[in-house]
Design a protein around this ligand. Structure first.
Ligand SMILES: Nc1ncnc2c1ncn2[C@@H]1O[C@H](COP(=O)(O)OP(=O)(O)OP(=O)(O)O)[C@@H](O)[C@H]1O
Length: 298
């Protein structure tokens, strides 16, 4: 099946600054893809090109089967900026009805959209009285006008509390289940790890890694930590068995490669009369992210 968003070898330079170099990616129907990258990595530039706001210098980009920015693509793509702003004197209902008219749709569906994003109870209140989470929901309702096939979301959960974040991702899950392709940028590594299907890491304008977290973890091949709690007084025996281990209070911390993990655990298990507990600590998403970002000198 043709991906909803298909990008190959995209390049963009601003006054000698290479914002994107040879970037390729695709997002399929029903997929939730997170775009990660340090400040200045090129995320916004990529989104602007997808939306047709600026042209690429070179490369191919196909948005829902059309060129970016044309009427066909614009009808199928929705965008939510990081800090969506609305007229504070309008109610949520008036704002969405206004956008629907702008898009040539009947404003009668405005309440249904607000219900969808959990704002029906406040639909007739002025947006000036809304919390940040509620304003973000207005933004999402606005993005959902016209049943978009591709949602481009720029840090959609920044500034939201944990419950609002969870609610926001539940809404995205529902949209993806209905077939929308979702590309969202974020700096919140832990939440995208749990709530998206695939990660893309941009660094210095280059796509330095792409895949599921497990695939990236295998590719990074970072050391695994094994934390062993010794039964009182036996930590000396553990340190003798593992001379490179570090003693941390009552526990002994070993590190090994992913490939050596089972052998190392078997060695620890052989000392079971002296061991109270074992914890295996895989590399965190932050460590994996730093590994790929650093590779390009960032
Ligand atoms: N209009 C412009 N003129 C000149 N340079 C630009 C322009 N837009 C972006 N850049 C440069 O391109 C690079 C990529 O910027 P971009 O805004 O895409 O990064 P980003 O990943 O979105 O960063 P952030 O997380 O801070 O929003 C940066 O070096 C930036 O300074």
């Amino acid at each position: 099946m043709t991906p909803t968003l298909d990008i190959a070898n995209l390049t963009k330079t601003f006054d000698g600054v290479k914002a994107l170099s040879d970037v390729s990616l695709s997002v399929s129907r029903g997929e939730r893809v997170a775009l990660l990258g340090h400040n200045g990595a090129g995320k916004s530039t990529l989104m602007k090109i997808i939306l047709g706001l600026i042209p690429a210098d070179a490369g191919r980009i196909d948005v829902c089967g059309s060129a970016p920015g044309g009427p066909a693509a614009r009808a199928k793509v929705a965008y939510l900026p990081e800090n969506a702003t609305f007229h504070s004197a309008l109610t949520g209902l008036e704002q969405i009805a206004f956008y629907m008219r702008l898009r040539g749709e009947s404003p009668k569906g405005a309440m249904a959209l607000l219900e969808r994003v959990g704002l029906a109870h406040a639909a007739r209140r002025r947006i000036g009285t809304y919390s940040k989470g509620m304003r973000q929901r207005v933004g999402l309702a606005q993005a959902l006008i016209g049943h978009p096939s591709l949602l481009v979301l720029d840090e959609p959960t920044s500034g939201l509390d944990p419950v609002s974040r969870r609610d926001f991702y539940e809404l995205l899950d529902g949209l993806a289940a209905e077939g929308a392709a979702i590309l969202l940028s974020s700096h919140a590594l832990t939440e995208v790890e749990a709530r998206t299907d695939r990660l893309l890491i941009l660094s210095g304008g280059q796509m330095v890694a792409e895949g599921t977290l497990n695939a990236l973890r295998r590719k990074a091949a970072l050391p695994v930590a094994i934390q062993v709690s010794a039964i009182n007084g036996y930590d000396v025996d553990l340190l003798r068995a593992f001379p490179d281990a570090i003693k941390l209070g009552n526990t002994v911390r070993l590190t090994c490669t992913q490939d050596d993990k089972l052998d190392t655990l078997a060695q620890v298990a052989a000392l079971r009369d002296k061991v109270a507990d074992i914890d295996v600590i895989p590399p965190s998403l932050e460590e994996i992210y730093a590994h790929f970002s650093r590779r390009s000198g960032q």
